[in-house]
Design a protein around this ligand. Sequence first.
Ligand code: UCC
Ligand code: FAD
Length: 585
Amino acid sequence: VLEDREMPLTRRETETLFQEQPQTGNQYLEDALLRSYLKTHLPPKVLEEVNQDLERFGNHLLTKIKPLGWECELNPPVFRQYDAWGQRVDHIITCLAWRRMKEIAAEEGLIAEAYERRYSNWSRLHQAVKLYLFSSSSGGFNCPLAMTDGAAKVIESLGIPGSLKNAFDHLTSRDPKKFWTSGQWMTERRGGSDVANGTETVARKQPDGTYRLYGFKWFTSAADSDVTLTLARVVDAEGQVKQGSSGLSLFFLKVRDEEGKLNSIQVQRLKDKLGTRQMATAELWLDGAKAELISAEGRGVAAISNMLNITRIHNVIGAVASMRRMISLSREYARRRVAFGKLLKDHPLHVQTIARMEVQTRGAFLLLMEIVRLLGLVETNMASEQDQLLLRLLIPVAKLYTGKQASAVVIEAMESFGGQGYMEDTGLPVIVRDTLVLSIWEGTTNILSLDVLRSLTKSQGQVMAVFFSTVQKKLELASSTVKLEPAVKQTQDAISSLAQFTQAAGSKGAVTMELAARDFSYTLARIYAGALLIEHAARPDASSTDISAARRWCNQELCPVATELGNSSYEAEEALTDSALVYEG
Ligand code: UCC
Ligand code: FAD
């Protein structure tokens, strides 16, 4: 007679021996860092209301919104170019769940919240937190929302001119029937980073003062949007256009007219993308699309940068949300999966792997909160000049750094599910694919590193003084917390090395700064996030894990730019060696 454990598995038994699916609950209630951040920073009355709203929203996400997000993944948009009778229709067909997401976005005030400002400077933070919770259940609808927010911001920064008042009301509406989304058409075939040289689209002025646009937009996401902002070169009386950045102007246009017909736009095709497949990204021909000039002529890039800075913040939201989602699933799975006779959660090496991701995510989360806190101050005229400079610097820093972090974290987290992590129908590969785009669109890592340098040049170096003094102030808050001493010391050492680098680089010229741009930006991100973790861990009611997170973050190399300078990596000869290495053979 065989012992129970020696008996071969029957078919019936194997059918019930599935690996258990990780189940997560209300995202808001399960996010300890988010809740402690809000408790620390929000005024009590605001906290009470926001807390209620987020708990309710967390339940809504779990029961209603997440299943809709999955439906969006299963029913990606389809492009129908001709109707049955051979008429060109260029119809992008989206699924019901996608359209429901648009209604939910309005009902939840996912854009409106930031512009109504009922919580004054804290409204931006409230909105960002809702978007952060929404992001990984949104079925890709976070993308149109980013651009809608960006468009509303541009219009607001123009003082909401009369001709755009109606559009602003639609973009910031809570009424699902009224709510509009916007696109952001910048990239053309010749350049997505180098927009100034890549833009071929021209704008011809009409007798009624409007313009007609002619050109080809190579990437247009959320192509089912109602309106868009786009760049073009105005044709002068001699039929000439001005090349370069100063030839670009910003235009607003409606994608369809009152009858639903495309505004002299032809859809060439939908992009066949690695991820974000729930959302339509199209190639568009503009064949006389009617548009309104909304910037001063030749100030298109400066005007659209208000949009870029908002969509880049949304990118940070998406990055932190992806990391948080993957970790939630991973830690939950570790509570259920058994290997080598015990649960994964009881294997110290496995838990160390997840803990390392958690530390990365905490740093990124606090960076996000800092940016939206500053943005809230700017938008309610409560920001100092220093706050404004810091915000300008931190947006590209956070976008480029969290985009890279998120890619690394979601891939590591995928592995924490073993083979299941690689299985399409678990939904995990969707998160991985959708995350990988975060370091490409809205400015690649290198382009944003150069934007960090642009912000330094523009402020004539002032922003670095603000950076140093702000970090220093945060470190001082921890002066009486003994357990944070090592982290404070490491950050202080990193600041000294960074100060030495900036002095040394100043005398070396532009090539050095260009070669150092990425390491320099990483340094700023690591030092600033370190200071934020220390500040959070120095609160009177901080937990021991707050302290551990700060200590562990600061154990990594905080100032890679100084190390590489020491290695002579930024000398002009090194650039020649780079070339030789890349092109040998
Ligand atoms: O990818 C896209 C959409 C994807 C879908 C949406 C996803 C949303 C997130 C989802 C959440 C999950 S839309 C395409 C995005 N494209 C880019 O990001 C372009 C990347 N390239 C750059 O950023 C370049 O640096 C350019 C295009 C800005 C460089 O242009 P220029 O004209 O060569 O640069 P200039 O001459 O230095 O800048 C012109 C003016 C200057 O102002 P003035 O003239 O007053 O000195 C700059 O200071 O623009 C100002 N400026 C800025 N100001 C440039 N960038 C900025 C900035 N970021 N903030 C403030
Ligand atoms: P390139 O500019 O050709 O860059 C190629 C590589 O060269 C990059 O690694 C870049 O970092 C590097 N590089 C370029 N210049 C420099 C430099 N000076 N120094 C160092 N390195 C450099 N665009 C829109 O306008 N609207 C949209 O809605 C939109 N949606 C998109 C959706 C998806 C899914 C994707 C993938 C892209 C989308 N884009 C959109 C385009 C996106 O913004 C661009 O692809 C991106 O900005 C990069 O531009 P590019 O593709 O021309 O790359």
